[in-house]
Design a protein around this ligand. Structure first.
Ligand SMILES: [Zn+2]
Length: 184
């Protein structure tokens, strides 16, 4: 497993790409979630540390296969049109969720679960952004880097990259910038 794999609109995965070390990551929020085993172990630690700080976070979405991505992309395309769909959801093969290394996290408060833009300004979310790198995660689509990632800011989407996370966080680099630097 290449934990530093770059998947984006210019670097898609084939339909047949299925990670071989997916494990069950069913959360309080949702059943039938699968993610990479190492990403799961790392997220469990992050979650434990969050709990110690009084924050409740969990996994809302993990691995998505090609066919599923195709389904949700086509649905959004049909409902909202191309311009809307293209900046909000990856076309099939172009989603990091197909690697098993991406996690959309949610925040619990008073037994309610908050997701996506509803968690943007929460203390819990800020804490995750400041601490996830210690556990091998980066905020994959940060604010201010939309032109580079080609995605809107997604405060809920973290990506497991293992030991590279520390470097990317310290230098404020996206994966795209990291690979550009390596080539040039
Ligand atoms: Zn996501």
């Amino acid at each position: 497993m290449d934990y530093n794999i770059l998947v984006n609109k210019d670097n898609p995965l084939p339909r047949a790409h299925i990670p071989n070390n997916l494990v069950d990551a069913t959360s309080k929020y949702k059943d039938n979630i699968l993610i990479d085993q190492k990403a799961k172990e790392a997220f469990d630690k992050l979650k434990e540390e969050a709990t110690k700080n009084g924050y409740q976070i969990d996994i809302e979405s993990g691995y998505r296969d090609y066919d599923y991505q195709e389904k949700i992309y086509n649905r959004l395309l049909e409902e909202k049109g191309f311009t809307y769909a293209v900046t909000r959801i990856a076309e099939p093969g172009k989603s990091e969720h197909q690697t098993g290394l991406a996690i959309d996290f949610c925040v619990y408060r008073d037994d309610k679960c908050y997701i996506e833009n509803d968690i943007k300004d929460l203390e819990e979310t800020l804490w995750v952004h400041q601490n996830a790198h210690k556990y091998g995660f980066i905020l994959r689509y940060p604010e201010g880097k939309e032109d580079i990632t080609k995605y809107d800011y997604e405060p809920w989407h973290v990506r497991y990259v293992g030991s590279l996370a520390e470097y990317l966080h310290t230098n404020n680099l996206t994966l795209e910038e990291y690979y550009d630097k390596k080539i040039n």
